[in-house]
Design a protein around this ligand. Sequence first.
Ligand SMILES: C[S@@+](CC[C@H](N)C(=O)[O-])C[C@H]1O[C@@H](n2cnc3c(N)ncnc32)[C@H](O)[C@@H]1O
Length: 211
Amino acid sequence: MTSSELAREALPQSIKRRVKRMLGPWGVFVEGFLRHPVMVGSIIPSSRFTVRKMLAPVDWDECRLFVEYGPGVGTFCRPVLDRLRRDGQLIVIDTNPLYIDYLRRTITDSRFVPVLGSAADVEEIVRAHGHDHADYVLSGLPFSTLPEGVGPAIAAATHRVLRPGGAFLVYQFTAKARDFMARHFQRIDSGFEWLNVMPCFLFWGWKQDGE
Ligand SMILES: C[S@@+](CC[C@H](N)C(=O)[O-])C[C@H]1O[C@@H](n2cnc3c(N)ncnc32)[C@H](O)[C@@H]1O
């Protein structure tokens, strides 16, 4: 290849890199969506209103292990770390290597543990990091577009991994996740957030004693 051909080849790459840098986490999120639209399920990260409302009922003093499914580019991660106790841990699990790689590079907090894997394997992942249970589990998974059987399996595994008194926090554009949760959680509180693209349902499934 001649030097002018090389220069021509390199130009679109450098433009791509510059656009990506300008867009920051948004660019990474959109790229992840374009590669795996069904698994990501949304082209825009959650709003700060959704984040605030979803996390409001968490008892942070009693939270040693917080788990998040589908963190994407980390919209919830920083707000969770801001609230989490100093000896707490935040394990985030995502199937998309682009997002996990981005989170590893950009969040350096020692309490933060990004894991490339599926939420369906939450019990093994929690145990592998030295915990018996999780205090809270947050999900941004697109339950309505997950492959057949995966949503119910994740809801069941989440119920098993939570301690009594802990909760499964779910936000979604449809109420589908509630059906999966209701098979395991007797108490589910519901909410709705208009200030999100798109407006979304919020659910808090509380694991009761003896459940
Ligand atoms: C709608 S995005 C959530 C984005 C982010 N949490 C937010 O609030 O902006 C859904 C995420 O779920 C991830 N995902 C899909 N299936 C998964 C699974 N089985 N286990 C873990 N993550 C999964 C996708 O890679 C994507 O990052």
